[in-house]
Design a protein around this ligand. Structure first.
Ligand code: NAP
Length: 431
């Protein structure tokens, strides 16, 4: 028997558990530990609420969670309720699947003004993450600036642009829907520091902007490279750029515009006690394809700035950390004897949900090679004894199913659920 502790119950965590089941069959026990009383990490609080088909992958994780050799241990914070050193003493393998929940800082003057938020906070707010339920973003408008040319920037633009009716069938939380309903934003500007050929936006997500009821996406035709240059792009990017070319044919239409501002790098955020404008420097691409400032600047009025420029994994005391990359220092997932990283905590915040699956299998292979098949470790019995002695209130998967039933029962008409947004409410909803 091998004992494995996975820290984090998002996609990387569940794919690791699934891979361990496949690799070791009945001869493994996996504990998936999460600081929240609810599972699924980014599936619950990162994937956009109007992308229910992507969220449906949690059904697959549920099948893993319900098998006898895998269990969910919620409401347990590693580093607080139990240390990494203690877990290494109890389990043959400890796998950090903690994701990358912290925003990369913009690092420009004024980025701490009220009205400037990172995408982790903003996305967490509309998705009901307890850490961000009280965010109250500035939605008075009329301008909003989104920094970054990735899929998170598109998520944020779409959520700001949708009408209440367009949220039908989504699980956007009630507090966000109520705040977004009457908002005064009329101009959303997406600042991309490079050009249309350098975006990190995928075609499906970009195409969605073209079907919004009250918002028109706009691209300045002068920013587009000659059409024949698209032939050299890989097919996905070529399709994305074809959406941008279509948007370049749009004309501004009330009530809401989404401007793509290419070759545009924010250099300062200004305002009297709160954000009022973003100072943007025009860029061009240097020989290595990087954005370099031209010295030409202009101001974009904005009451809200959402920076969507990527994420970082928070360090854990005692675990080797690569500060430049913002993730755990690791070689193919191995951090130290018995300690591993998967998913965004291993390779940084890139790829789709499915990219985490091979990661899980890689780590299961490493665990098979590194650990004895017949362990002398205590595993879950040891963890239970330790947490019981500390009075930690563990949330089980059955508890979560009770919480989920209550969320489904609380749903507004047409919505799949109304998420609890505080730890107390989650814990109280256990049956
Ligand atoms: P991302 O894809 O890495 O995009 C980050 C963007 O921020 C890039 O355009 C980058 O520009 C820009 N950027 C970085 N630093 C900047 C700075 N200092 N100033 C201005 N711009 C800056 O990150 P993401 O959008 O957070 O997405 C993370 C991952 O989740 C991606 O793999 C994404 O595809 C995935 N995701 C998928 C979906 C979906 O499939 N529906 C939804 C959301 C997220 P440069 O290219 O110039 O560095």
């Amino acid at each position: 028997m091998r004992h494995v502790a996975v820290i984090g119950s998002g996609p990387a965590g569940y794919y690791t558990a699934e891979a361990c089941q496949k690799a070791f069959g009945e001869a493994v026990r996996v504990d998936i530990i999460d600081r929240l009383p609810v599972p699924y990490g980014l599936i619950r609080t990162g994937v956009a609420p109007d992308h229910q088909s992507i969220k449906a992958v949690s059904k697959r994780y549920e099948a893993t969670a319900l098998s006898d050799n895998v269990r969910f241990v919620g409401n347990v914070t590693v580093g607080q309720d139990v240390s990494i050193a203690e877990l290494l003493g109890l389990y043959d393998a400890v796998v950090l699947a903690t994701g990358a929940p912290h925003d990369r800082p913009l690092g420009i003057p004024g980025d701490d003004l009220p009205g400037v938020v990172g995408s982790a906070a903003f996305v967490g707010w509309y998705n009901g993450h307890p850490d961000f339920a009280a965010l109250a973003p500035a939605l008075d408008g009329p301008g909003a600036v989104i920094v970054g040319a990735g899929n998170v920037a598109l998520d944020v633009a779409r959520i700001l642009a949708k009408t209440e009716d367009e949220f039908a069938g989504s699980d956007i939380v009630g507090h966000a829907l109520a705040a977004l309903k009457p908002h005064g934003i009329r101009d959303i500007t997406i600042l991309a520091r490079r050009g249309p050929h350098e975006i990190a936006m995928t075609p499906k997500e970009l195409g969605e902007l073209g079907h919004l009821r009250r918002a028109t996406p706009l691209v300045d035709p002068a920013d587009l490279p000659p059409a024949d240059a698209d032939a050299a792009l890989e097919p996905g990017l070529r399709k994305s750029v074809s959406h941008l070319r279509a948007f370049a044919g749009n004309t501004p239409a009330a009530p809401l515009s989404i401007h793509f501002d290419f070759f545009a790098m924010p250099v300062a955020i200004e305002g009297d006690g709160k954000v009022e404008r973003v100072i943007v420097e025009r860029t061009r691409l240097d020989e290595s394809g990087r954005a370099t400032g031209t010295g030409e600047t202009y101001a974009v009025p904005a009451g809200l700035v959402v920076s969507c420029i990527g994420y970082r994994t928070p360090p854990i005391e005692g675990v080797p950390y690569d500060a430049k990359q913002g993730r755990f220092a690791n070689a193919e997932g191995r951090i130290a004897p018995g300690l591993y990283a998967v998913g965004w905590a291993r390779r940084g915040p890139t790829g789709t949900i499915g990219t985490n699956r091979p990661d899980g299998f890689l780590i299961a292979d490493q665990i098979a090679a590194d650990t004895p098949a017949d362990s002398a470790k205590q595993g879950r019995a040891g963890l239970d004894a330790l947490l019981a002695a500390r009075g930690t209130d563990i949330v089980t998967f059955r508890d979560w199913q009770g919480i989920e039933r209550a969320e489904i029962a609380n749903a507004r008409t047409g919505a799949p659920r109304e998420k609890f947004t505080s730890l107390d409410a989650m814990l109280a909803a256990r049956e």
